[in-house]
Design a protein around this ligand. Structure first.
Ligand SMILES: NC(=O)c1ccc[n+]([C@@H]2O[C@H](COP(=O)([O-])OP(=O)(O)OC[C@H]3O[C@@H](n4cnc5c(N)ncnc54)[C@H](OP(=O)(O)O)[C@@H]3O)[C@@H](O)[C@H]2O)c1
Ligand SMILES: [Zn+2]
Length: 337
């Protein structure tokens, strides 16, 4: 089977297309013929050599978390899916034994990890992590959901966002950013989103964004967002200087949920403002498999339509990552092996 491997951790030029044997499933596993695999900044961190999960010893490495396709074969003991089923993978890997696996939510598992291996014609996965797709949900749409939309969904829950809330999304044009705007909109919340690109922001109003703010300079954003209102919640996937800006703008008792660090691994916090303002900072990673199931159902009902910027054949996986690195996309980029 054709497989896109990371042969060097040097950015998009490090991707090679190679032939590998099609895998067979072990007990409890399924092999899925991958029709679509969306890419995430997580994969790009790995490809750029900026991930704690993968280093030179792991090369060549097959990334790709967000798999949708058709079950090709199943191993012994698998009853949840059958050959020919259309499925999307929940990429969560959990131990099933720790306190958090027992009590939930499962994404707090002490040994939490993620599936990698979707950037290939077939992928060998844990059959229990497959969710059946209704006929009306196509593979490209389904592949957009697992990481970006699941993470945004869980962040909105952690921030207890409800109808009428004002939600600030710094960096609103990427995978998690657009998902945050769209899912906040379905809850009846109002949103403020930022981007370095006016052209990309223009496309967000059709996706439910209420207030667009162009710019990257923290002081400019502080002023422009502050003039719009006082956010009840900030969904922060950028980190860096955006954490301080978001916390400063947040209302008394407001919640900031952080899931990423695209703009920097460290942030400053105005400590007196935090405690005097009764503000909360909450870390969040991915979401639960039932939440992903709920997102599939939202798409089926017509309540959610994930934004796809472009699809790329497997041979052009390097181009897909270049588009992400160059900040070209609004929404998700999907590879279709
Ligand atoms: N913890 C988790 O479970 C989890 C899950 C998903 C994602 N994440 C993290 O969340 C972040 C977003 O992931 P994604 O896949 O949505 O990425 P993405 O699609 O590449 O995000 C693009 C967005 O990030 C902005 N951006 C890119 N580089 C920037 C920079 N240097 N400074 C400021 N803004 C920048 C872009 O702004 P412009 O519009 O200005 O180009 C755009 O809004 C990543 O850090 C990722 O690792 C974490
Ligand atoms: Zn566990």
């Amino acid at each position: 089977m054709r497989t896109a491997v990371f042969s060097d951790l040097i950015g998009p030029e490090g991707v090679r297309i190679v032939d590998r044997p099609t895998p067979d499933p072990d007990a409890g596993e399924a092999v899925v013929d991958v029709e679509a695999c969306s890419i995430n900044h997580h994969d790009l961190w790995i490809l750029e050599g900026d991930s704690a999960m993968v280093d030179g010893d792991d090369l060549p490495f097959v990334s790709g978390l967000d798999v949708a396709g058709v079950v090709r074969s199943v191993g012994d003991g698998v009853e949840s899916v059958r050959e020919g089923d259309r499925v999307v993978l929940c990429p969560n890997e959990t131990c099933g034994r720790c306190r958090f696996c027992r009590e939930g939510p499962e994404n707090r598992c002490e040994r939490f990890s993620l599936f990698h291996g979707g950037l290939a014609e077939s992928a060998r996965v844990d059959a229990d992590r497959l969710i059946s797709l209704p006929d009306s949900v196509d593979a490209v749409t389904a592949a957009a959901l697992p990481t970006a939309y699941l993470t945004a969904r869980h962040m909105l829950r952690q921030a207890a966002v409800s109808a009428g809330d004002l939600v600030f999304v710094p960096g609103a044009t990427g995978g998690v950013g657009v998902a945050s705007v769209q899912l906040a909109d379905t809850l009846g919340a109002r949103t403020i989103g930022t981007s370095s690109s006016a052209a990309k922001l223009d496309r967000l109003s059709a996706l439910g964004l209420d207030h667009a703010v162009e710019g990257t300079d923290p002081e400019t954003l502080r002023e422009a967002v502050g003039a719009i209102g006082t956010p009840d919640a900030v969904l922060n996937h950028l980190g860096g200087a955006y954490t301080d800006v978001g916390l400063d703008l947040l209302r008394r008792g407001g919640r900031m949920v952080v899931c990423g660090r695209t703009a920097g691994n460290t942030s400053e916090i105005d400590v007196p403002d935090l405690f005097l303002g009764h503000k909360r900072v909450i870390g969040s990673t991915m979401g639960t498999q039932p939440e992903l199931q709920g997102l599939v159902e939202s798409v089926e009902r017509g309540d959610l339509s994930p934004e796809i910027e472009a699809t790329y054949p497997l041979e052009e996986t390097a181009g897909a990552f270049a588009a992400m690195a160059d900040r070209e996309a609004v929404g998700k980029i999907v590879v279709t092996p």
